[in-house]
Ligand binder design. Structure first.
Ligand code: UDP
Length: 350
């Protein structure tokens, strides 16, 4: 690669959790990440490896200008809403940002002759998981999203696939399983408002920075009765995006690819691993099942290996918990989101 001319990659939503980690991975691989974000849920402090453009994914003018100004030839598209529960109460908002936003982006990509797109999709497109409770899920599994959030990810995939067929865009849709942890450097990490994810909540409970954890159900048909998930280190996830950007694809190709480890870990195993890492048990109680939680969501990751040459390298549960704990003890930003005193008011407007 010509060092003088780093190829610019537009990273929509690049100030968010997975976007920021991907921007770092792009930089380390010799690309120039141009972060495009409205900072609604992202953090300016997380933009460290290239230029920043403040803009909304539904704004074709700002998108077009960013692509033109930075000579962008490929795009990684993260910008979107992610809270499953909120998608149930505000489906219109999710369709507007996640689907209409993707439509707007696709129109601009076609106008500007951008040839490669990597899309941030989700295992939520599969809904209730595999037919057998303990099977892994391949890309060909039935798609039956269990939430409006999952619907919007699947609809966006359809749009992208159709656009690939229509004019020769090539795209990879990465269907993430459970993203977790933080970059080992400690400069970027996970900061959500509200935080709903198991690992940060378990850590917060154990270090006395949050409420005791509620385990959502222990009566599932799994080995220990708690849900199985496929936890993937965010740095591994970031590497998958770079691989998807670089892979040789024919014009018009659309490739959905799972990003997971292939190993299921139970909620109880996670709670125990966090207790071991912190050196004190996670205060917790067992509550009712959370609506819509399937018993098991574990990737069949073979397509990622075959197509992208990618496999998880840092996703042992102990590594994930250690890196998540380092960040939770000393977050570089977003700490004001935690605890009642510093809790930011939930924003409805975008
Ligand atoms: N979970 C839990 N208590 C919590 C949050 C999550 O028991 O406070 C469980 C949840 O039911 C699921 C697993 O932890 O089985 C992972 O949930 P998370 O929200 O982290 O990710 P999801 O699988 O929903 O994408």
């Amino acid at each position: 690669m010509d060092r003088g001319k780093k190829p610019s990659v537009l990273v929509t939503g690049g100030a968010g959790y997975i976007g920021a980690h991907t921007a770092k991975a792009l930089h380390e691989r010799g690309f120039r990440p141009v972060v495009y974000d409205n900072l609604n849920s992202g953090f300016r402090e997380a933009v460290r490896w290239g230029p920043f453009v403040h803009g909304d994914i539904r704004d074709p003018v700002a998108l077009g200008e960013a692509i033109e100004a930075h000579g962008v030839k490929s795009v990684i598209h993260f910008a979107g809403l992610i809270e499953v529960g909120r998608s149930v109460t505000h489906p219109d908002l999710f369709w507007d940002v996640n689907v209409s936003g993707t439509t707007t982006l696709l129109t601009v990509l076609r106008e500007r002759a951008v040839g490669r797109l990597v899309f941030s999709s989700s295992a939520a497109v599969y809904g209730q998981g595999a037919r057998g409770a303990l099977e892994t899920i391949a890309e060909t599994a039935e798609k039956a999203p269990a939430s409006p959030y999952g619907d919007t990810k699947l609809a966006a995939e359809w749009l992208i696939q159709a656009q690939c067929r229509a004019y020769g865009l090539s795209a990879v849709a990465l269907r993430y399983f459970n993203a977790a942890a933080a970059d080992p450097s400690g400069v970027i990490g996970e900061a959500h408002e509200p935080e709903t994810h198991l690992i940060p909540l378990a850590i917060a409970a154990a270090i006395g920075d949050g409420r005791p954890l509620t385990v959502f159900g222990r009566d599932f048909e799994t080995p220990d009765g708690t849900c199985l998930r496929d936890y993937i280190h965010v740095s591994d996830l970031a590497a998958a995006h770079v691989a998807a950007l670089e892979v040789d694809l024919a014009a018009g190709a659309f490739e959905p690819v799972n990003v997971g480890t292939g190993e299921g870990r139970s909620v109880s195993e996670v709670v125990e691993a966090v207790g071991r890492a912190v050196g004190r048990p996670v205060p917790h109680s067992v509550g009712a099942r959370r609506a819509g939680d399937p018993p098991s969501l574990v990737a069949d990751p073979r397509r990622a290996q075959d197509l992208l040459g990618w496999s998880a390298q840092r996703s042992a549960l102990e590594d994930i918990v250690a890196d998540a704990l380092r960040w939770e003890r000393n977050p570089a930003y977003g700490s004001g989101l935690r605890g009642s005193a510093g809790r930011r008011k939930s924003k409805l407007t975008l």
